[in-house]
Design a protein around this ligand. Structure first.
Ligand code: HEC
Length: 242
């Protein structure tokens, strides 16, 4: 009898945490596709015995905007981890933000696209200078009018023109709002941009070389409101910008 009890208690205490349910982690498509999670999650599990698996319905979420804790970045997009009050989830966040976790993120070389970085100082780049307005409309307008050339955010990460600064990079400039307010007067935009009631019509001798950007000042207000709320890229970090 005593022997049986002993075996039982041994079994119980030796139960590996592997038998615990895995924690699901939902991530944006570009993170899933990059292969980063397949690189970092097994390493985290190996260290801690806590299983985290990529799962679109997961309770932990990687998102491209606050709230959440910033964990890594790529191409001007800062990924935030949203967790619940839970020891195992907290452990995952701690690990991601530890030196080992950061090194694990940065050691991953994606087959396509730039590597991820985990070395950035979020406090230094976040500014509370925001502009009131319809940010949802602003994002749509940015995608339609500017997304042909500029990377606006993760949605068109692959579509920007390589030589054109991303919105996150522009947002990081101290005078970003002046630049956006006057973008239609700054090269290369005058050649193809018409702001209703503001810019003179194109010279018939020099029609727009590309499908023109035609918008109103209200549209520009919405774009400013949207841009004021995107995370600025940390220009000091070794990020590779589009
Ligand atoms: C056809 C391509 C194209 C489109 C469309 C476009 N841009 Fe640009 N934009 C550029 C390029 C190229 C630069 C970089 C110019 C340079 O570095 O000299 C730029 C630079 C900028 C700058 C920085 C300007 C400066 O001199 O500081 C702002 C702000 C900007 N764009 C806003 C916008 C907004 C807002 C839209 C949409 C409403 C837009 N752009 C649409 C190509 C484009």
């Amino acid at each position: 009898m005593r022997f049986v009890l002993l075996c039982l208690s041994l079994t119980l205490s030796a139960t590996p945490s592997w038998s615990q349910e895995a924690i699901g982690l939902a991530a944006p498509a570009e993170v899933n596709d990059s292969g980063l999670l397949q690189h970092i999650l097994p390493r985290f599990s190996l260290k801690t015995g806590i299983r985290v698996i990529a799962d679109d319905a997961g309770i932990m979420e990687l998102v491209t905007a606050p709230p959440g804790d910033p964990v890594f970045a790529r191409e001007g997009v800062i990924y935030h981890l949203r967790t619940e009050e839970n020891d195992r989830q907290a452990r995952f966040l701690d690990w991601l933000q530890s030196d080992i976790g950061k090194r694990t993120v940065e050691s991953y070389a994606p087959e396509q696209g730039a590597p991820f970085t985990a070395s950035f100082d979020i406090e230094a780049v976040q500014s509370d200078e925001t502009v009131d307005g319809d940010t949802v409309l602003g994002e749509e307008l940015s995608m339609t009018h500017c997304g042909r050339c500029h990377v606006i955010g993760p949605k068109n990460r692959m579509n920007g023109l390589g030589s054109t600064p991303s919105f996150a990079v522009l947002r990081a400039m101290p005078d970003w709002s002046e630049r956006f307010e006057a973008f239609f007067a700054l090269n290369p935009h005058p050649a193809f941009t018409q702001i209703d009631g503001l810019t003179p019509p194109f010279d018939p001798e020099r029609p727009s070389p590309i499908y023109p950007v035609e918008m109103t000042l209200d549209d520009l207000d919405a774009i400013l409101a949207f841009v004021s709320r995107i995370d600025a890229a940390d220009l000091g970090a070794p990020l590779q910008f589009q």
